[in-house]
Design a protein around this ligand. Structure first.
Ligand code: SF4
Length: 975
């Protein structure tokens, strides 16, 4: 009981201002309490849709982020050598003049000589548009280094994504599987949701090699081996197919399961969906008739082989899926050892999923209209939800793993049905979304679109006439065709190598590539300092923008100091990474709550001013002056398309419109009056089945989220992938160069698959690509898979089979038998909290955590100092025994270890002395040295594929962190 005289609600300051947190990616609403103009206290905004008043330790520690000694305070110009941290302070005018000179020269010469890359969640709606107006194709944010596999697999499969673009139906789900979810992402919403599940007694299953935060409250922890999530999901699919526990009605209504796939080995249409003259996909119905698959009220067949009206043979897409996953390779007993999950557990999990989805189905009395105009009195729910994050994504097999998970959801009827995974507006969009990466410049020098997008055919790639990459990071090349978020991790290496060409300026915004936003970190820093024979740096200019004195600052030629998040406007836009939840579209702003006390400027203001100085279209007025006063002005007045701006709330001259409408000069004032956020509720009839729900799609079209109200077909079979595969097989005008064909053919399988995570691009084995696998014939959709195909269906042609692929496996796993992963600390979002005095009290250094059995096998004791080695080198670290780590895996917190000299930390700071960075052991190249260490479909950095061994130190009690890399790039001496 609180003391009677204790006044819990005493004002903490003399003013309270509302804005949006930026201590992690959740974007919670906060109230900043000020006293005499200084920040005294931060708490959660109870009216905010994201957190409803909840604040976490990171969020309330924003005070120390704002007053951090590591803040930059003045523009800096390098005077020493790169890496020496020797700068002279300059005025903003000089800084902008220098930047405008470098950038202006580039734009006049060749805009692609600018590589503009940003860290996460950094106003991409602005930065992407700025790059487009500048005219460089070399733009991206950090998604390629983070979780593009998650985004791309989702967008190509069902027009949505896990991550922050969808959520479990927290109010109704009875069974939640969390796959590789770290606590740093979507933190407060997930915590609030898990609380609801615990209160209702719903089962929570966590699939993760480490039982960290969410795992601690889960009902079951599946201690999976890293990189095998797709194999486990495939085994669950195998089991569901074998036991007939599949939602066939859902499949034929909402997915392309029944669409006929042409079987014409060697023909240019092999593997494509058969279509009629109007372009509608075809399906077979009872009696073997071939009809338009999009027509309602048919009973399509999903098994068998059929003859099309023109004589070609075709099979339903579901047939191919069943052939793949009914194969023995996906049988629980055949994946158990590899996954680290016993077969009985896999079978039980599949049975629990099926029982919950089908035997405990729910029915909501919500009437709705489907896209065919049919009225439905209720909505059927499959109360099984999945959520996944970086843990399944950051592997070279992550794209297919994510797709496998989505297929598992589809088989259970568990995408956007009551109790399952739900889209958050503005999703769903077409699968894949309509935007393609820009490929050309217009006469005014701007690109013909955003530099990033979703290719749907080889014609969308950025390659030259010989098939070589056009982008500096090789995104959208034949090596990484669907690199929808770019490949931040490859930029520096390629720029230094001049591969495919030299650049002039590397322009980075909060992308700490001198440390934890790079693989092979020490080597990356060395590359930043590499010189031509004549003495010039190989990357002639580096402009770096940050609010803090991070490791990368030391390598910049020009440093532009940003404000803290409490000193600037920001826009959390539906054009970017929205804060919607499943029931409401929402966006928000940050608004300055204090004035900067240093000579710093918001980066967005600086970017717009640079644009005006460069006379970029859309940023300069007719007289050559700035079109926008500052970013706040841009937020209000800029229109991406007529009526479509960065903020969706209070649009129109009178502020009465939502979604679309003319700019409203008072828009920001309205947001401030409403706690800096806006939301619009999804109509009740549009609550679920949004991919086929006319009520929802009409609302979404009115809001500007979708262009049309037709159904969005879920892609059980991804025809887009087949188009690339056909090109690799020699069809079409755009084909990969000879050396890329095998790789594209192998990985662009339209049916999800699993392959081992560490690969070398050895020559393709060239096994038969016959589609003559034995299949059942003439079965109706009520025929069950195990009857139609038998238990030993053949895998899709040309695909590696689960567990197969030794010809592709990097040699050396015997030498490096352990998996090594890192987790973002839940108490420090990425490394942003490392200089935060309050958060540093939680941890100032990291350890290497390993299961006690793993340590015992190596003769290593808890708290010993030992070596962790990869092919790249070795690091001496202190270990902690951790029973909540899967045997065979070691892990650490990411980026607690710091580079000496950065972040204004004391030279004796534990971050320098004891902490370490696992990235030093992760090669940027794959084992062959030919390709990036990345997913071959999307270019996603495969940093969770790291394999290591522990080497016992003969003097384990002697403290001392050291780094010994193979090339001896850097040795950090013992303290
Ligand atoms: S969860 Fe993230 S956004 Fe929300 S209060 Fe915590 S740090 Fe801030």
């Amino acid at each position: 009981m609180p003391h009677a005289n204790l006044k819990l609600n005493e004002p903490t300051g003399d003013q309270v201002r509302e804005t949006t947190c930026y201590m992690c990616a959740c974007r919670c609403g906060i109230r900043v309490h000020l006293k005499d103009g200084r920040v005294r206290y931060i708490d959660g905004n109870p009216t905010h849709p994201v957190n409803r008043g909840v604040i976490c330790a990171k969020g309330s520690s924003g005070i120390m982020q704002h007053y951090s000694p590591a803040r930059l305070s003045k523009p800096l110009l390098r005077v020493g050598e790169r890496g020496e941290r020797q700068f002279r302070e300059i005025e903003w005018d000089e800084a902008l003049e220098i930047a405008a000179q470098w950038l202006g020269d580039i734009r006049a010469r060749n805009p692609d000589e600018l590589a503009f890359f940003t860290g996460r969640d950094q106003s991409q709606a602005l930065t992407g548009w700025w790059a487009q107006q500048f005219g460089t194709i070399n733009y991206a944010a950090h998604g390629g280094f983070c979780s593009v596999n998650m985004a791309a697999a989702g967008m190509y499969t069902f027009g949505g994504s896990f991550w922050e673009f969808g959520e479990p139906d927290w109010d109704r789900t009875k069974y939640l599987m969390l796959w590789g979810v770290a606590e740093d992402h979507d933190s407060n919403p997930i915590k609030l949701g898990l609380g609801k599940l615990k209160a209702r007694g719903a089962k929570i299953v966590v699939v993760n090699p480490v039982r960290s935060g969410y795992g601690a409250i889960a009902d079951e922890w599946i201690a999976i081996n890293p990189g095998t999530d797709g194999l486990l999901a495939g085994a669950l699919i195998h089991q569901l197919l074998r036991t007939d526990r599949v939602d066939f009605d859902y499949l034929v209504r909402y997915t392309n399961a029944h669409h006929l796939v042409i079987r014409a080995q060697g023909a240019p249409d092999d593997g494509l969906i058969a279509r009629d003259a109007e372009g509608s996909p075809l399906c077979a119905v009872r009696g073997g008739q071939i009809v338009d698959a999009t027509q309602p009220d048919t009973s399509p067949l999903i098994a068998g082989e059929y003859t099309l009206p023109d004589g070609r043979r075709a099979v339903p897409a579901f047939q191919l899926l069943a052939e793949r996953f009914l194969a023995d390779e996906y049988a629980p007993e055949n994946v158990a050892e590899r996954c680290g999950v016993d077969a009985a557990t896999i079978r039980r999990l599949a049975a629990e999923l099926a029982r919950t989805a089908f035997d405990e189905a729910i029915e909501l009395p919500i009437p709705w209209t489907d896209t065919h105009g049919r009225e439905h009195a209720s909505m059927t729910g499959r109360p099984v939800a999945m959520h996944a994050m970086r843990g399944i994504s950051a592997h070279a097999n992550g794209f297919h793993t994510c797709r496998t998970l989505h297929v598992l959801q589809m088989l259970l009827g568990a995408i956007d049905t009551p109790g399952s995974f739900r889209y958050q507006p503005p999703y769903p969009r077409s699968a894949p979304p309509a935007n393609r990466p820009a490929t050309a410049r217009k006469p005014d020098g701007t690109l013909n679109g955003n530099p990033l997008g979703y290719p749907v055919s080889p014609e969308d790639l950025l390659v030259d006439a010989k098939g070589a990459p056009r982008r500096i990071d090789h995104a959208f090349s034949w090596a990484y065709p669907l690199a929808a978020h770019g490949m931040l991790q490859s930029v520096i290496r390629n720029a230094v190598a001049g591969d495919p060409y030299k650049i002039d300026t590397l322009f980075l915004f909060m992308a700490n590539m001198g440390w934890n936003s790079a693989m092979d970190t020490a080597h990356t820093r060395k590359l930043l300092c590499e010189r031509e024979a004549g003495g010039d740096y190989k990357i002639p200019h580096i402009i770096y923008v940050d609010a803090y004195d991070s490791e990368t600052v030391a390598f910049a030629d020009l440093v532009l100091p940003d404000t803290t998040y409490l000193e600037r406007h920001d826009c959390i836009s539906l054009l970017d990474r929205p804060i919607s939840d499943a029931d409401a579209a929402a966006d928000a702003i940050r608004t300055p709550v204090v004035e900067p006390d240093r000579d710093v400027r918001p980066f967005q203001d600086v970017l717009l001013e640079l644009g005006a100085r460069l006379n970029l279209p859309g940023m300069a007025d007719a007289h050559g002056g700035p079109k926008y006063r500052d970013y706040a002005d841009y937020i209000v007045r800029h229109e991406r398309a007529p009526g479509l701006g960065l903020l969706a709330g209070w649009r129109g001259a009178d502020g009465a419109s939502e979604g679309k409408g003319a700019p409203n000069p008072d828009q920001l004032a309205r947001y401030r009056e409403h706690g800096c956020h806006w939301e619009a509720r999804v109509p009740a009839r549009g609550a679920f089945y949004r991919f086929a729900n006319r009520d929802y799609l009409q609302w979404a079209q009115g809001m500007g989220f979708v262009g049309a109200t037709g159904p969005i077909t879920l892609q059980l079979y991804c025809e887009t992938l087949q188009r690339f595969r056909l090109a690799a097989q020699g069809h079409g005008a755009m084909q990969p160069p000879e050396q890329e064909r095998a790789r594209v053919e192998r990985y662009f399988d339209p049916v999800p698959m699993w392959y081992t995570e560490v690969e070398t691009p050895a020559p393709f084995a060239g096994e038969s690509r016959s589609r003559e696998a034995p299949v059942g014939g003439g079965t109706s959709r009520t025929d069950r898979p195990h009857r139609a195909w038998g238990p030993h269906g053949a895998p899709g042609h040309g695909s590696p089979r689960a567990g197969e692929g030794n010809a592709w496996v990097s040699p050396g796993n015997d030498d490096f038998p352990l998996h090594a992963i890192s987790q973002r600390p839940m108490f420090m979002y990425h490394s942003w909290g490392s200089q935060n005095r309050w958060l540093r009290q939680i941890a100032t250094r990291n350890y290497l955590y390993a299961n006690p059995c793993t340590l015992a096998e190596h003769g290593i004791n808890d708290e010993d100092w030992t070596w962790i080695a990869s092919p790249r080198g070795r690091i001496r670290v202190q270990v902690r025994a951790h029973a909540a780590t899967a045997p065979g895996t070691v892990w650490t917190w990411n980026a607690l270890g710091k580079k000496r000299g950065a972040w204004k930390l004391d030279a004796r700071a534990p971050e320098f002395v004891d902490g370490f960075l696992l990235n030093d052991l992760i090669g940027e190249r794959d084992a062959s040295g030919t390709y990036s260490n990345a997913d071959p479909v999307t270019g996603q950095a495969a940093w969770f594929d790291l394999r290591v061994r522990l080497e016992r130190d003969p003097q384990p009690q002697v403290p001392g962190h050291r780094v010994e890399l193979v090339e001896r790039d850097e040795a950090v001496p013992s303290p």
